[in-house]
Design a protein around this ligand. Structure first.
Ligand SMILES: C[S@@+](CC[C@H](N)C(=O)[O-])C[C@H]1O[C@@H](n2cnc3c(N)ncnc32)[C@H](O)[C@@H]1O
Length: 199
């Protein structure tokens, strides 16, 4: 598996799509070690949200053509691209790994939605969220908690959907469980999706 640094001061973080990972023990151990190193630095490895989960996240947020979706840590761009292609929304993906930003732009062109989505190489903590009506995230529990001060400032009515991880003491407005036969990590082949609606 290919590894890249996400910044000069940060440890190596997994870059390659996990769904291409052949789960032999050595490769898996290498991946988990790098993911743990990233997590300690509040960084997040690239692990894709499977397609059926992406659609359920957007349905849970009730995404419509009038929405502007921001995916924090957008990986290969899939959530924003599906939001534009299948829900008619506009959106922004922010991602810290340049190669993934390039890949997202290519994917958006191939999906025919390049005019409605933008992908930016940017630290998600530095992103202006004021345009968002929907925020999606597949990060880590501690990163979700660090984001709370930013998320508190979102416009009332903004929907936040997090794949798998909650927000500590913030009780979700709704949680759904989705079966994910092709989930790339974990023994339980299911995902939890949490929704918060900003008051
Ligand atoms: C678990 S992946 C999720 C990718 C995509 N959102 C999805 O659900 O398929 C998390 C992504 O966040 C990116 N990331 C990690 N730290 C970041 C940061 N500080 N700013 C922007 N992106 C970051 C990683 O490079 C990775 O691509």
């Amino acid at each position: 598996m290919e590894l890249v640094t996400t910044s000069s001061s940060k440890p190596l973080c997994a870059k390659g799509p996990f769904d291409r990972l052949r789960a032999n023990g050595w490769v898996l151990l290498t991946f988990l070690a790098s993911a743990a190193a990233c997590a300690q630095d509040s960084d997040v490895p690239f692990i894709v949200t499977p397609d059926n989960v992406t659609r359920e996240m957007l349905k849970l947020a009730d995404v419509k053509a009038s929405d502007f979706v921001i995916d924090l840590g957008s990986g290969d761009g899939r959530i924003v691209i599906v939001a534009a292609r299948h829900f008619g929304a506009r959106g922004l993906g922010v991602e810290i790994v340049p190669e993934l930003v390039e890949k997202s732009r290519d994917n958006a062109k191939q999906a025919g939605v390049a005019d409605r989505v933008e992908f930016r190489e940017q630290d998600l903590f530095a992103t202006d969220l004021s345009q968002a009506t929907v925020i999606t995230m597949y990060l880590l529990p501690e990163v979700n908690l660090l984001l709370k001060p930013k998320l508190r400032k979102l416009k009332p009515g903004t929907r936040i959907v997090s794949h798998d991880w909650d927000m500590g003491t913030w009780a979700p407005d709704r949680t759904v469980t989705v079966e994910v036969p092709d989930k790339p990590i974990g023994r339980e082949k299911m995902s939890k999706l949490h929704l918060w609606i900003v008051k």
